[in-house]
Design a protein around this ligand. Structure first.
Ligand code: ATP
Ligand code: MG
Length: 244
């Protein structure tokens, strides 16, 4: 039997309305993609093509302007993420859909290990075990031990990114969205991340990821989806590609 997608995005588009300036800004345009258990779908395309916007649409940070995003829940139920209500979305974010963004938002007084362990604690795993697992993954990602008990609020970009990744990977959602997860990491830590992503794939997690480095796309992607630039800007992107 062929594997069924956990998410099917059909004709997703997003246009931002800048009300104050009375302007419309097209972002993602007519995107089709699928995510499968145990596989990684890479989103590629030039800067501004709307890659991050697609992930934010799936996570529902943004409401799409049009399109369908059919997600299959853990009990086989079909949910269109484009129209699901806020309550359903919050439930899905708890267990089923995770997002490692380029930025880390945390409370200033929460320790790094608590930040990383939190999704497990919310799932009902005891605090001691969750903290133990958090420390394990922080060590794997080369975050120095002296930082584990302090808040990540003042960490460097690369340190914050490790915390973000540790939390996202440890939570083991059924669908994990990754937006340039290795952008500020050194080559050795990037290799660790590749290994952790491969391990996660082997457990059946579906992933959709944006990598700016094509080498990572080659190492990790099972499917590649290329985003077209927004209508009216193709000429600019074609010219930019010719120069590159
Ligand atoms: N909240 C927003 N309000 C207005 N415009 C936005 C918003 N978010 C994104 N955009 C616009 O949508 C377009 C696509 O942005 P997006 O961040 O999705 O691009 P990207 O493909 O991820 O680019 P990059 O490779 O540089 O990260 C850009 O022109 C951006 O300015
Ligand atoms: Mg982006």
């Amino acid at each position: 039997m062929s594997i069924q997608p956990i998410l099917e995005v059909e004709d997703f588009s997003k246009t931002f309305m800048l009300h104050e300036q009375g302007k419309e800004l097209p972002s993602s345009h007519s995107v089709f993609l699928k995510a499968y258990p145990g596989r990684l779908t890479a989103l590629i395309g030039p800067t501004g093509a709307g890659k991050s916007t697609v992930l934010k649409g799936i996570y529902r940070t943004y409401l799409p302007s049009s399109g369908r995003m059919m997600f299959t829940g853990s009990e086989g139920q079909k949910i269109d993420l484009a129209t699901a209500d806020e309550h359903q979305i919050l439930e899905l974010r708890k267990d089923e859909i995770g997002f490692v963004t380029q930025f880390l938002h945390t409370l200033p007084r929460q320790s790094t290990e608590d930040v990383v362990a939190m999704p497990l604690i919310k799932k009902g795993i005891t605090r001691n075990i969750a903290i133990e697992k958090a420390r394990e993954i922080l060590a794997q990602l080369n975050l120095p031990e002296r930082l584990w008990a302090v808040s990540p609020a003042t960490f460097s970009g690369g340190e914050k990114q490790r915390v973000n990744l540790a939390r996202g990977l440890l939570a083991q959602p059924r669908l994990l969205l990754l937006d340039e997860p290795t952008a500020s990491l050194d080559p050795k830590t990037t290799d660790r991340v590749v290994e952790l992503i491969q391990n996660l794939k082997a457990t059946g997690t579906a992933m959709i990821a944006i990598f700016h480095d094509m080498d990572l796309v080659e190492r990790l992607a099972d499917e590649v989806v290329e985003l077209k630039p927004p209508v009216g800007t193709e000429h600019f992107f074609n010219a930019a590609n010719e120069v590159a």
